[in-house]
Design a protein around this ligand. Structure first.
Ligand code: NDP
Length: 299
């Protein structure tokens, strides 16, 4: 089985290079070999490699920049995804694609189920939803895995930003009225490999699934946990949980609106694959430990 991974340099893409190896012959491409801003050229790349499975970890993920660059976000998150879906439909290939909590408006007061009606608030969310729709409408075999609040030891993410700021500043203000589940790229990649195998075995049918760690917190709770763990590891940081002030979203305006409720119900995926997802603190602890093993960590 030939697997084509797109977006090999991203947080999730890096981890997928590890977990997909056991699933078949893996070809991993980056932007230089497959530029998703050029959807027409992507078809030639797909034809050249002729994969049985496409795993698309590439996306325009700069949520705030997307507000002023909707053309590129749409090309990468929607048009290129449509090309992948049409290819998969024509060749009976499986398309594995990632989507986001940002397809929802966050107004629901309980975790979102995969069948809940999307209502994205931002350009990023709208383009990601368009990508989902293109896949579903194509009639191809697909697994759309919506996730949230992704972090890893690689790349840019909230966890690494907090560790850096905790060294530089005396005090932090962090939003406390948005709730979700911080999810490691490692977990996403591990579960993706199981989902690909599960699809082949008939355990995991085409559909939209939610894939996050278990439990929930706020950005403020996430930040407090990160610095508490780093301090317990002996890291030289100035900020402790007591120095992190909870603030409302309104006090930290950003170009793209965020959903207040980012919680996703993962039971469909955990039931299909007979898995129990770990609490969000498990992988956060491991990543903080990895990044703070010396007193003079650099992030
Ligand atoms: P990253 O931002 O870490 O990585 C994005 C990847 O997309 C990089 O490999 C990047 O390549 C690639 N990419 C961007 N533009 C292009 C382009 N024009 N052509 C080819 N490749 C391109 O993303 P994550 O790993 O965090 O996200 C993986 C998936 O999860 C995405 O679908 C995202 O929407 C979704 N998601 C992410 C969340 C998060 O908090 N990060 C939350 C919810 C969902 P390069 O290195 O060259 O820039």
């Amino acid at each position: 089985m030939k697997i084509l991974l797109l977006g090999k340099t991203g947080q999730v893409g890096i981890e997928l290079q590890r977990t997909l190896l056991a699933q078949g012959d893996l070809i991993a491409l980056g932007r230089a070999e497959a530029d998703l801003e050029k959807p027409a050229a992507l078809l030639d790349v797909l034809r050249a490699h002729s994969p049985d499975v496409i795993v698309n970890a590439a996306a325009y993920t700069a949520v705030d920049k997307a507000e002023g660059n909707s053309r590129a976000a749409h090309a990468i998150n929607a048009e290129s995804v449509s090309v992948m879906a049409d290819y998969a439909r024509a060749r009976d290939a499986l398309l594995v694609h990632y989507s986001t909590d940002y397809v929802f408006d966050g107004a629901k007061d309980s975790p979102y189920e995969p069948t809940d009606t999307p209502n994205p608030l931002s350009v990023y969310g709208r383009t990601k939803r368009k990508g989902e729709e293109a896949i579903v409408d194509s009639g191809c075999r697909y697994l759309i895995l919506r996730t949230s609040w992704v972090f890893s030891a690689h790349g840019s993410n909230f966890l690494k930003t907090i560790l850096r700021l905790a060294k530089e500043r005396d005090e932090l203000n962090v939003v406390a009225d948005q709730h979700g589940a911080p999810t490691s790229a490692e977990l996403i990649a591990d579960v993706t490999a199981l989902a690909v195998a599960g699809h082949r075995q008939g355990l995991c049918n085409s559909g939209i699934y939610h894939l996050t760690a278990a439990g929930q917190t706020s950005w403020h709770g996430f930040a407090c946990h990160i610095v508490a763990r780093a301090a317990a590891n002996g890291a030289t940081i100035k900020v402790t949980p007591g120095h992190i002030q909870p603030i409302p979203t309104d006090a930290y305006p950003l170009p793209a609106p965020r959903p207040k409720n980012s919680r996703l119900d993962t039971s469909a995926l955990s039931d299909a694959l007979l898995l129990q997802f770990p609490d969000w603190t498990v992988h956060v602890n491991r990543t903080v430990d990895q990044l703070t093993t010396s007193m003079e960590y650099s992030v």
